[in-house]
Design a binder for this molecule. Structure first.
Ligand SMILES: Nc1ncnc2c1ncn2[C@@H]1O[C@H](COP(=O)(O)OP(=O)(O)O)[C@@H](O)[C@H]1O
Ligand SMILES: [Mg+2]
Ligand SMILES: [Zn+2]
Length: 429
């Protein structure tokens, strides 16, 4: 039978946990120094290794291959095996989301008083523990206050703020972080290599990016991609399967904004929605792309901060010339103000309205009469140089000379000419 990658590659020892260095190190030392706590809270986003670490800790404490707890559980003995299959007599794993009944908890708690059967500890792992009822916590509290020496609690949760203070104050708390993009990519690279999956490095990065540091979902997506039966998996397939918006679509979208092209963008939005992308995804992608635009504008060598592909970065560099920093900020502010509407049942209409508004915001901020500060022709040329850095002073001066004044003034026509040049440049890019 085929084992999905995320199960096949579930880490079996602390050393196999990706990221979470602070947690791995503390637990390692605790095991070696025999200073493990009677109760732990593992908190953090899903798919970052909480359940895996809880099981590893249980195995480390109960492995039968050594007398003392070990940082390298064997994975072979009866204890290690049964913990892997959630059938250990000493380790109870409870999913609070589906079994939050207080009777169930009372029974488990009274069972904790008994000596362990084959291991050294009786361990209770409660997953999604924030879903426990008040009564269930009450039932646990007494044992937690005076735990028998052989008992270890491990509470896992994505929402630690919902866990009562009386509980967390008695636990050692570990914050699991999202795994960084580069660590996820390294990890996926290893898995792909071991599995003989032929995947383009850019596609691996796209898999990691699509799942924002979520290892389980990254592995699931990799699994899905292998089923395509392609010679080599490319980023396009990743975008197709993951529901995220391709970078080249976002480039077109932002070029359209720069060109004040509203209908084109409404059409793109329509396509996205028809392909099953949710307005929330669209919203997130736009905000994230604007953030990258800001990086590009303020830090021309900052591609590695954004993790964008080179081609995308180059397009962004061109786009950024027509956007001021203020202008990027106001577009982000506008999107953030509309964020809650993306959960509304008419979200796609709100998104349409927002797209039109973004173009208008852009318009007003770029029409803030740059000529107000100009005193000489050179001021106007300097301004133009900022807009079109690839043209030389001489070229710009020639353009200026050729200009026919309107009502004896060149400033207004100048702005128009320069903006037109900018647009042609964008279209050619
Ligand atoms: N930090 C990690 N290191 C290695 N693999 C991980 C890590 N986090 C998640 N995984 C992968 O994702 C799967 C699910 O992880 P899990 O421990 O259940 O996450 P959580 O309990 O935080 O939701 C594991 O089987 C493993 O393949
Ligand atoms: Mg879990
Ligand atoms: Zn073992």
């Amino acid at each position: 039978m085929y084992t999905p990658l995320h199960l096949k590659y579930r880490p079996q020892q602390l050393s196999q946990i990706v990221g979470q260095e602070h947690i791995v190190r503390t637990l390692n030392n605790a095991i070696l120094l025999k200073k493990t706590a009677p109760a732990y809270v593992f908190t953090g986003p899903k798919g970052t290794g909480k359940t895996s670490t809880a099981r590893i800790l249980a195995k480390s404490l109960n492995c039968q291959s050594t007398e003392e707890p070990t940082t390298e559980p064997c994975g072979e003995c009866n204890s290690c095996q049964t913990i892997s299959h959630s059938s250990s007599l000493d380790v109870t794993e409870l999913d609070a989301a589906s079994h939050s009944g207080v009777d169930n908890i009372r029974e488990i708690v009274s069972n904790l008083q008994l000596k362990p059967i084959e291991g050294k500890y009786k361990i209770l792992i409660i997953d999604e523990c924030h879903a426990l009822s008040h009564q269930s916590w009450q039932a646990l509290l007494k044992t937690l206050e005076q735990p028998p020496v052989h008992v270890v609690f491990i509470f896992c949760t994505t929402e630690v703020h919902k866990v009562p203070e009386t509980i967390t104050s008695r636990c050692q708390k570990f914050d699991f972080r999202r795994v960084t993009l580069s660590l996820v990519v390294n990890y996926l690279e290893k898995v792909a290599h071991q599995e003989g999956i032929n995947i383009n490095p850019l596609a691996l990065t796209a898999v990691a990016k699509a799942n924002k540091g979520h290892l389980r979902d990254s592995l699931k997506l990799l699994d899905q991609l292998t089923l395509l039966g392609e010679e080599e998996i490319t980023p396009n397939w990743v975008w197709e399967l993951s529901g995220i918006i391709p970078e080249y679509d976002l480039v077109t979208f932002f070029e359209n904004i720069t060109l004040r092209e509203i209908t084109g963008n409404l059409g793109i939005l329509q396509d996205w929605i028809e392909c099953g992308k949710h307005p929330i995804t669209v919203h997130t992608s736009l905000v994230s792309f604007l953030k990258d635009l800001l990086v590009c504008k303020t830090n021309p060598d900052g591609r590695n901060i954004t993790q964008l592909e080179e081609e995308t970065w180059n397009s962004l560099t061109t786009i950024s010339k027509s956007w001021s920093v203020n202008h990027i900020h106001s577009a982000i502010a506008l999107l953030m103000a509309r964020q809650n509407l993306m959960r509304d049942e008419n979200a796609h209409l709100w998104m349409e309205a927002t797209i039109i508004e973004i173009v208008q915001t852009t318009k007003s901020s770029s029409q803030t009469q740059p000529w107000k500060d100009w005193k000489t022709a050179q001021d106007a040329i300097n301004w133009a140089k900022e807009q079109l850095p690839h043209l030389s002073q001489t070229q710009l001066q020639e353009h200026w000379q050729k200009l026919t004044p309107i009502n004896g003034k060149k400033a207004l026509v100048w702005v128009e000419v320069i903006q037109k040049l900018q647009q042609t440049q964008l279209q050619q890019a």
